[in-house]
Design a protein around this ligand. Structure first.
Ligand code: NAD
Ligand code: DAU
Length: 446
């Protein structure tokens, strides 16, 4: 038997495949388009593993997916493939519609055709290989489809109404509905998981936690959207992977399972925790053996900014303080305040030509602590448009019915995560410089 996993060169998918093959001999067919978020370096340790078969391709390519299904006869498809970054979806929703909605639709159609041809055991008779009854399609989704909670509302249960607020969450909600409909209409044996915010190894540094770590280590500013009091529920990525394995094994067909870490935290608290851990593990001023001084950057998408007399050469986001010039991109100057909106959809690690921008960052730092702590890099920036205030997952159903619960607390998981980034600076540098894309370009010519 084998499983087909889509999007597994990305953050969660690569963790899932690594964990799967660490605990099983069952082969994984890994289908990934290798967008900017797909990084085969995440899977480098599987280079000589014959049970990992990587295929470069799009979930929307029905012909390719059908060929893979016919060839490998997987007993399950686990669908991670998606455009996943909310900020990018605000600036450029089209890729989200294309992959998350149309891609899922085409994947479902290819899978349905395959599943309908699988044999059914008759009168308890034995059949070699995969049967219709054994097959599973597991769709990996998000808590963001449920919308935003006020401070006092109860956490999202599986029956919470869908109220997606961003182009990203609307596209994921659409895909969830398609998956549900393919079960109700065609009987496709589907399972859906809706998970909260993950963090951990191989997390692309456009997302909050890895961005904080990477920027802090480089002495760059730590952008906090709005007042930083938005709340997310955080789950260590390995726990998400174990939940998916559990649902795949024991989940009831057609059911939805919320997955969460029971770790609600305000963004500003996350920033403080990361800063304090770095203060402990890699005190400020020493970065990979070098002393860092004052270059300031706000990154989420392609941007770099500095205070004082400076220029943004390319990119579309901005932080301005003092006299600055934006050559291209959108900007806003507000005296005494930092403005930032992560508008870029370009793939930020590919941009490297910002060299002349270095200045000190002192006007960008907002308040507080002495400069010897990473907290001094915290910078409040313009809020994300339509920013959801609070997510909270009620994960009692998966615990009650399937016996799953997270193994990590936030304290243990975040410590492991920060340590992973400290120990894997080459991975970080290859992502930031865009070097991780070179193999893709060489191999696939783009
Ligand atoms: P990611 O952006 O890190 O990875 C996405 C992967 O999908 C990349 O490898 C990319 O190359 C691939 N991909 C994109 N479009 C594709 C296409 N058309 N065909 C094939 N591959 C394609 O995302 P992630 O954070 O690992 O999230 C994985 C899944 O989990 C997504 O569906 C996301 O919505 C969901 N999710 C993420 C989180 C989170 O906190 N990151 C939480 C809950 C749910
Ligand atoms: O809830 C699950 C979702 O979590 C997943 O479905 C998404 O794929 C995943 O990207 C994540 O979405 P968020 O928008 O919550 O994650 P992000 O890391 O982008 O932001 C986390 C919070 O931090 C959010 O409230 C916005 C804020 N933020 C983010 C960035 C990048 C900042 O304050 N500053 C930043 O620079």
């Amino acid at each position: 038997m084998a499983i087909l996993v889509t999007g597994s060169a990305g953050f969660i998918g690569s963790n899932f495949v690594l964990d799967w093959l660490a605990g099983s001999d069952e082969p994984v067919i890994n289908l990934d388009k290798l967008t900017y978020a797909g990084n085969l370096e995440n899977l480098a340790s599987l280079k000589d593993n014959p049970n990992h078969i990587f295929v470069h391709g799009d979930i929307g390519d029905v012909k390719l997916v059908s060929e893979l299904l016919e060839k490998y006869q997987p007993r399950a498809v686990v669908n991670f493939a998606a455009e996943s970054h909310v900020d990018r979806s605000i600036h450029g929703p089209e890729d989200f519609i294309q992959t998350n909605i149309l891609g899922t639709f085409h994947l479902l159609e290819a899978v349905r055709a395959y599943w309908q041809k699988l044999p059914s055991p008759v009168h308890g008779g034995r059949i070699e290989g995969i049967t219709k009854a054994d097959f599973r399609f597991l769709h990996v989704s998000t808590d963001e489809v449920y919308g935003s909670l006020t401070k006092d509302e109860p956490a999202f249960t599986e029956t919470h109404r869908y109220e997606p607020n961003s182009p990203y969450s609307a596209s994921k909600a659409s895909s969830d509905h398609l998956v549900r409909a393919w079960h109700h209409t065609y009987g496709l044996p589907v399972l859906t998981t809706n998970c909260s915010n993950n963090y951990g190894p191989y997390h692309f540094p456009e997302k909050l936690i890895p961005l904080l770590i990477v920027n802090a280590l480089a002495g760059k500013s730590l952008p906090v959207y709005g007042d930083g009091q938005q709340i997310r529920d955080w789950l260590y990525v390995k726990d998400h992977c174990s939940a998916i394995r559990c649902v795949l094994e024991k989940g009831k067909l057609g059911e939805v399972y919320n997955v969460g870490g029971w770790n609600e935290k305000a963004n500003l608290d996350i920033v403080h925790i990361v800063c304090d851990l770095l203060d402990e593990l890699r005190p400020m001023g020493v970065v990979s053996g070098e002393v860092v001084s004052g270059e300031s950057e706000v990154v989420s998408g392609e941007s770099k900014i500095v205070s004082g007399e400076s220029e943004v050469v390319s990119g579309e986001s901005e932080v301005v303080s003092g006299e600055s010039k934006i050559v291209s991109g959108k900007s806003e100057v507000v005296s005494g305040q930092t403005r930032h909106f992560p508008l870029s959809t370009d793939h930020f690690p590919l941009s490297t030509d910002h060299s002349p921008l270095s200045t000190d960052h002192s006007p960008l730092s907002t308040d507080h602590s002495p400069l010897s702590t990473y907290r001094s890099l915290i910078t409040f920036v313009t809020d994300r448009p339509g920013h959801d205030r609070r997510y909270a997952i009620d994960a009692r159903k998966i615990e009650r019915e399937l016996g799953w619960k997270p193994a990590e607390t936030f304290e243990t998981g975040i410590r492991k995560t920060v340590q992973w980034y400290l120990d894997n600076q080459d991975w970080v540098n290859n992502v930031l410089s865009g070097n991780y894309r070179q193999w893709v370009e060489k191999q696939y010519g783009k």
